[in-house]
Design a protein around this ligand. Structure first.
Ligand SMILES: [Cu+2]
Length: 167
């Protein structure tokens, strides 16, 4: 039972995030100037990250999720095998999917970015999941996530925390 309620909390977190995406298009937050955060992060000649965001934690919860577009400009696939961040005990790649006409999600062990292509982490598909968030994530905060590649390299991405949607 305890495991089920944890998964329910995680699912709710992912669903509610759908509302946050719409907020990004409004002009009242300026990601490109916040704390040196850039909405286009050129990692190296091969990899570029765009619009990396995380959502503010809902009061009383210790989960959040992260979104971004990962662009691979090289002619070889790049495989991400994991992610870590000091803000949470566990950071995982997840994928939302339909199961018996209900949304569910599961951990993804490897995320492949095809050659000359991109993968978008969003609220309705792949996403980063932060579990055991150590202190509440607040709007305009910038967090760092380290991504591990299958080739042993790793790189850091900055995520701008988006506000909770006002009702
Ligand atoms: Cu998730």
């Amino acid at each position: 039972m305890k495991k089920n309620s944890l998964w329910l909390a995680l699912l709710l977190s992912c669903f509610q995030s759908a509302a946050f995406v719409t907020d990004m298009d409004h002009g009242d937050h300026q990601p490109s100037t916040q704390h040196g955060y850039s909405n286009i992060q050129k990692i190296n000649a091969e990899l570029t990250i765009e619009n990396a965001t995380a959502k503010a934690t809902i009061p009383g919860t210790k989960v959040s999720s992260g979104y971004m577009k990962i662009i691979n400009k090289s002619d070889k696939a790049i495989t991400l095998t994991g992610a870590t961040s000091v803000i949470a005990k566990h950071t995982e790649f997840h994928r939302m999917f339909m199961r018996d006409s209900q949304m569910a999600m599961r951990k993804v062990d490897a995320l492949e970015i095809p050659a000359k292509d991109s993968v978008t982490l969003a609220s309705n598909g792949y996403h980063l999941m932060f579990m055991g968030v150590k202190s509440a994530l607040k709007a305009d905060q910038v967090i760092t996530v380290s991504m591990q590649q299958a080739n042993g390299e790793q790189f850091d991405v900055q995520l701008l925390v988006m506000p909770l949607k006002k009702h």
